[in-house]
Structures are given as structure tokens and as C-alpha cells.
Write a protein that binds this ligand. Structure first.
Ligand SMILES: NC(=O)c1ccc[n+]([C@@H]2O[C@H](COP(=O)([O-])OP(=O)(O)OC[C@H]3O[C@@H](n4cnc5c(N)ncnc54)[C@H](OP(=O)(O)O)[C@@H]3O)[C@@H](O)[C@H]2O)c1
Length: 355
């Protein structure tokens, strides 16, 4: 299953709104073939593994998600596994999709031994945005990405934040963007850093993420990259209803979509209604704190650089004080080095449905 999960990750940025899926075929402890879902609308992981296997009869198929049971863009994987004569199917998570689900029952009916739940938590973490979109579609899955100093600052006293972290962390940030439907910053960051918020890493996303700026009252200067390039890449700014007309006027003739939302929750619901199922928020600290205080963050990608700044802009502001006994621990999903920096990925709760 660890190998299947590793393979599944290769579809990042290319398969959404489908899930990331990897599969291996094994027999008597020997790896026969492997596959993953590489492209939206393309072959599923199980089919690619079967296609690469000279003789799958009697084999075990280990797959990160329940094999599908429906005719979508491709025929049902459950039927293909039955036809191939595999003896056993082990999967991590049930398919939450009411249309695609039901593969396990179909396999069992055909006399195939089925085991589920192996690697369940890792699989749920890998597919968190997909699971969220199927189980809680009213707002997007919200991930926050912040790079900080050891003492928790995102920028120094002058507001300079480029670059707190190193090149490996920046490459990771581009890889991350590729897998989200939208990438966002607060108005403070849009103005201070003039980011392009485009994906310029090793993975070219199938659909470039929508760029979002969360503002309340303020406008965006016409000179910003986000404004100047809004024709090339969908760009949305959220403001309070009272500010909408003024901001619209100030951006007249530009392609930036101005949307009114009374608060961050309303803005996120509006994005969900526009088909945004996942959003990566890249700061700054004011926006990050407001989202955390409103309990609107599902995952944090925290990159910690080995530097001290002493003072500056705080990553997570001053939040409502919580007694230690009441401070819930988030689940650590990933922890690894990015060159000299350290990546910590934590989840508020994993989106799991009991099968
Ligand atoms: N190291 C990193 O990872 C990183 C990442 C991003 C930014 N930064 C640094 O962070 C600094 C900018 O951060 P910042 O904290 O000043 O700005 P920010 O968080 O980017 O944006 C703050 C703005 O967000 C808008 N907003 C929308 N909803 C809000 C809400 N519910 N509560 C509060 N604000 C809301 C407000 O816009 P209105 O003004 O229109 O009301 C507010 O002024 C820069 O120095 C930048 O370089 C560092």
C-alpha cells in the first residue's frame, strides 16, 4: 500500500476533480505490475497495472481507493479485475462517490476476497481535497501555506519576506499550487509582494488555478501583476458588500472579477458555487489568523526556515487564547526536510466516512 500511495501522488495536478489513485499487483510476495491514474479522463490505476501484467490470475491487487463500479469516462475497474482473474483486492478507502462506489460489493459477488482499510489514514490525507469535495461540498477544502522564521515571523520588520525559505521550499510551493483549484492571498500580501500566483514548477496543472485576493474594503493598484494579467488567468477579488461598487469602479476595464461577500465563510461558499473545490491560501498573517479564528482552515503546510528574525509580521497573529488543556492537537500528516527548511503538514481533522 505504501508503494501504491507513492504512485498515486504522481497524478497531483493532473487528475482533479478525480481522486489520486495508485495500484500494484502482487503474487507470492512478488511485484507483478503497478499503475496510477495519471490524467483526468484517462485509464484508472488498476487498469494500467492490469495492462502491464502478463498474467494477473490469482494475484492480489492493492489499490488506494475502492475500485469503481460504474461506466464513467472508462469502464468499471471492478469488472476488469474480475475478468482478469485476480484472487484478492486490498483497498484503503471506500469510494465516497455515490455514482462510482459499490465496487467492493461487486468484487465480493464475483467471489473475490476483499479487504479494506489498509493505509486508510494515509490514503485519506493524500486525497483530502477530493474527499472533502465529495463529503462537504458547501465550501472548498482550505489549505494554508506559510513560510516562517524559527520565531514565527513571515516577514521582517520592514515587511520583507523574500525569501525566508530556500529554493527547495519554493519549488515545493509551486508543486503544491498545481494541485489546487484556486490559490489565494490577502490584500496586504497582494500589494506588498506583487505575486503572480501562477504555477511555475515541475508539474504543469491540467487547469491553472484561479487566483483569489481576499480583501474587505481595499482596492488593488492597477500596476499589480494580478491585475495586469487577469486577462490570461482568472482572478477574483472578494470585498465587503459596501465596498463592491467602489472597487468595481476602480477596476473598470480590467478582467478582475469583483465579488461581494460579508465574511470569509461567505466568500468560500461563493467559490464553491463557482466550482472551486480546493484553495491554497498563501498568507499573509492577517488573513491566516482570520481564517484560523473562523475555523476555516483544514490543513496547514508550514515551512520553517532556520533563521531568527526577532520581530516582524507574525504568521498567526494574536489568536483567541486557549488553555493548554483545551488546545486540540492537529494530526501530523507529513514532516520532512526541504533543503535547510523543515516542512510540517498538519490536518485539523481527516475527512473520513465510515463505509
Ligand atoms: N512568509 C510567508 O509565507 C508570507 C506569505 C504571505 C505574505 N507574507 C508577508 O506578509 C505581509 C502581508 O501580510 P498582512 O498580514 O499585512 O496582509 P494579508 O494577510 O495578506 O492581508 C490582509 C488583508 O486581508 C483582507 N481581509 C479579508 N478578510 C479579512 C478578515 N476577515 N480579517 C482581516 N483581514 C481580512 C483585508 O483587506 P482590506 O485591507 O481590503 O480590508 C486585510 O487588510 C507582507 O509583508 C508579506 O511579504 C509572507
Amino acid at each position: 500500500m505504501a508503494r501504491a500511495l507513492e504512485l498515486a501522488r504522481r497524478g497531483w495536478g493532473r487528475v482533479a476533480p478525480n481522486p489520486l489513485v495508485g495500484a500494484v499487483l502482487v503474487r507470492e510476495g512478488r511485484l507483478l505490475a503497478e499503475g496510477y491514474h495519471a490524467e483526468f479522463g484517462g485509464e484508472h490505476a488498476e487498469i494500467r497495472a492490469l495492462g502491464d501484467c502478463a498474467d494477473p490470475s490469482g494475484a492480489t491487487c492493492v489499490v488506494t481507493l475502492e475500485p469503481c463500479a460504474h461506466h464513467g469516462k472508462t469502464p468499471p475497474c471492478a469488472d476488469a479485475l474480475v475478468a482478469a482473474g485476480v484472487a484478492r483486492v486490498v483497498f484503503a478507502l471506500p469510494d465516497p462517490d455515490p455514482v462510482a462506489g459499490g465496487g467492493a460489493a461487486r468484487l465480493r459477488q464475483a467471489g473475490i476476497e476483499v479487504a479494506e482499510g489498509v493505509g486508510r489514514l494515509d490514503a485519506a490525507a493524500l486525497n483530502a481535497p477530493f474527499l472533502w469535495s465529495r463529503l462537504r461540498p458547501e465550501r472548498p477544502f482550505v489549505a494554508l501555506k506559510m513560510a516562517t522564521s524559527l520565531d514565527g515571523f513571515v516577514a521582517d520588520r520592514s515587511g520583507a519576506s523574500q525569501w525566508i525559505s530556500g529554493p527547495d521550499a519554493r519549488e515545493y510551493a509551486h508543486w503544491l499550487r498545481a494541485g489546487f483549484d484556486a490559490v489565494a492571498v490577502g490584500r496586504g500580501t497582494a500589494v506588498a509582494d506583487d505575486p503572480a500566483l501562477t504555477v511555475r514548477g515541475s508539474v504543469a496543472p491540467r487547469v491553472a488555478p484561479t487566483r483569489v485576493v481576499f480583501a474587505r474594503d481595499g482596492e488593488l493598484p492597477q500596476t499589480l501583476k494580478l491585475v495586469r494579467t487577469a486577462r490570461d488567468q482568472r482572478t477574483v477579488i472578494f470585498v465587503r458588500p459596501e465596498a463592491e461598487a467602489r472597487v468595481r469602479r476602480s477596476l473598470a476595464g480590467r478582467e478582475v472579477a469583483v465579488r461581494a461577500a460579508s465574511d470569509l465563510g461567505a466568500a468560500l461558499r461563493d467559490l464553491a458555487a463557482q466550482g472551486v473545490a480546493s484553495i491554497l491560501v498563501e498568507g499573509g498573517g492577517t488573513l491566516a489568523t482570520a481564517l484560523l479564528d473562523a475555523d476555516l482552515v483544514d490543513r496547514v503546510h508550514w515551512i520553517q526556515a532556520p533563521r531568527w528574525l526577532g520581530d516582524g509580521r507574525r504568521a498567526f497573529g494574536r489568536r483567541t487564547p486557549t488553555a493548554l488543556g483545551d488546545a486540540r492537537a492537529w494530526t501530523v500528516t507529513e514532516r520532512r526536510a526541504l533543503g535547510p527548511d523543515t516542512l510540517l503538514v498538519i490536518d485539523r481533522e481527516l475527512c473520513l466516512r465510515e463505509s
